[in-house]
Design a protein around this ligand. Sequence first.
Ligand code: ADP
Ligand code: MG
Length: 407
Amino acid sequence: MSKVRLVLEDPHGFLRWLAAAIERQVANLDEVDVAQAFAIAATAALARTERPERIRLVGDASGASRFAHALGVDQVLTGADEPEARERGRTVTLTRVKGRGPKEQISSKIVKLLLPSTPETLEAANLFRYVLVELLRNVGQHSQDPLGGIVAAQINDAGPYANKPALQLVVVDNGIGIFEALRRARPSITTASEAIVRALEPHVSGAFAEGESGSGENAGLGLFFIAEMAKLTDGRLFVASRGATLFLDRSDDELAQPVLTNGDAPDYPGTLVVFETEIGHVHDYDGIMARIRDAAKERTPQRIVQHWLRFSDAPAGVLRILIGVASEDTAEAQELARTTLHPRVTRREPVVLDFKNMRVCTQSYLHALLHETVRLAWAVKTPIYVMNASPAVRAHLELVEAYSLGG
Ligand SMILES: Nc1ncnc2c1ncn2[C@@H]1O[C@H](COP(=O)(O)OP(=O)(O)O)[C@@H](O)[C@H]1O
Ligand SMILES: [Mg+2]
């Protein structure tokens, strides 16, 4: 019997196995003993039927094969764009996600299918949803994969995970890869391994040039937040993207982190991101986010700014705009900014943004809404008032203001 194990303890072992499969154009799961969701998703992406150069996925006898079929691998090869629960509360089916549209609904659905809504898992659910929204958004914004991405999620609670269940999230595409996506805006980046490292830094994005703090839609903070979340929760992050891989493993030795490979070792033909952390390690979502924002602020050069986002009461008669979208659609946020906020601020009319319907959201969403808006407000010296912001939303807003007006 084979002893091949495609597990996150050894992601490079998986990439070697995959490289051989790509070479043969057949991935045979019967030669695999154990495969975690990330390995199945990354292999399935390459076997999608629309791909002219697809590999064939075979096998139905091994543990790994049975797991792959239970995960819905057969359906995802041709379609499957709605996640469903499998093995109640332990896996959801592989799901295709395409396009630049909102990512909140599908992310919420996946997290809900996996984590019971109890007070104990609420914090972890918020964190996992955040990671999913940002990763799915990256596929839509940057990958250029016409088929979009595949998302998978699995709770592991056996073997090394016994008594400390961990959730593994996977988002994978077969697009242009991080190096290609970044290098146009960052000509100083000359290798794929450098690109992966820089992509995890705050304010590094293929959407705007060096020295700027953001374009309308992008802040370059998505992967930075995710990498910091992995570190702060003693989790793992594996990124493999054309030409390089980066592995942030659980480790006591901070100096050993991260492990990078470049063109010498097998990579992934596209972008594969795996995030995993113990559910029980996430008990303070707001605290984790606060620490990450502080780290981002520290790495943004600051000049003294007067605050144009005001958390005090607005004068009477000021127009109130309800920010209630639960869609996490950055394009829509930018549209709202352009059509509603910018004209008023330009005319020096203060506005009130009312966040009563938005308890948590991503940094990227508020960036899209406010990066250009606060710069305009600063230029014309007109305040933007904020009401009903939860502590989490307020802290995100303060970070947007800090880097938008800083530097
Ligand atoms: N799936 C992907 N495919 C190609 N490039 C990607 C992908 N995900 C991230 N990137 C690259 O990494 C950069 C940083 O991503 P991120 O930190 O989320 O910031 P942002 O999305 O705001 O640019 C992106 O600008 C892009 O160049
Ligand atoms: Mg992003």
